[in-house]
Design a protein around this ligand. Sequence first.
Ligand code: C5P
Length: 262
Amino acid sequence: MGSKIERARRILKPGDRLIVSIDVSSKSGLIGLLKKIGGRVTTVKLGLELIYSLGLDIVETVKSFGYKVMFDGKLMDIPNTVAKAASAIGKLDVEMITLHALGGKNMMAGAVKDLKIQETERLKRRPLLMGVTILTSLDDGDLEEMGFKSGFADTVPGLVKLAIAAGLDGIVCSPNEVGTIRKDFGEGFYIATPGIRLAGDGSGDQKRVNTPGQALLQGADFLVVGRSITGKADVSGAVNLYLEKIEDTMGTYNTIKGKARC
Ligand code: C5P
């Protein structure tokens, strides 16, 4: 599996692996956080709160501070609509776009196809497309309530299989599922994990959480971290702490696996 993923995973530095999620609704809040992060991470994540509060101009604002953008639009609609939306976002020259794997294989494949056409036409590298599996805020009880016959342990791998078949570049899942996914589907695609918490952090509305160390040791590429950094009084210190933890963990990972991923 994973053979359909075209773009090889690259070696990532700690600052590439940590993606800070900027979940605020004001421009001053956004700029304040970008300054506190201080260019120590490569990419920041802009999600529904910021996009709907401030509009698409925020992408340029964030890029003007030197960051790449993970555009967490979590697209899900009929294939034609999602493909057109992905193309519109692609023109903003973002690094990654998220879409819901629950939208189905045709929806995901349509977005891949249109972004590849755009890449050829614009002669610019297209964004990575990342398929959100089951939100980390949902547990088995929630899935049952929603009518799913299986829990997330079965549902998530099924969605990963679809995402790979559709040609996505990576998936988004809970840190708790990364190990199984790597074992079953290999290493040919990116994994981003939200639901990251340090010991002592509250989990908030997230239910399937784990530490940065566990996520990385199981084979995650990117840690998407919001409140565990942005909710701290010392945001800058929290970024440093995360970067140190990533560096330490990847040293351990490389020793265990006998190869360099960091
Ligand atoms: O504050 P916290 O670290 O829980 O924020 C996680 C971020 O990751 C939020 O912006 C949320 O929208 C996003 N996300 C998520 N679960 C997914 C995909 C994205 O929590 N499956």
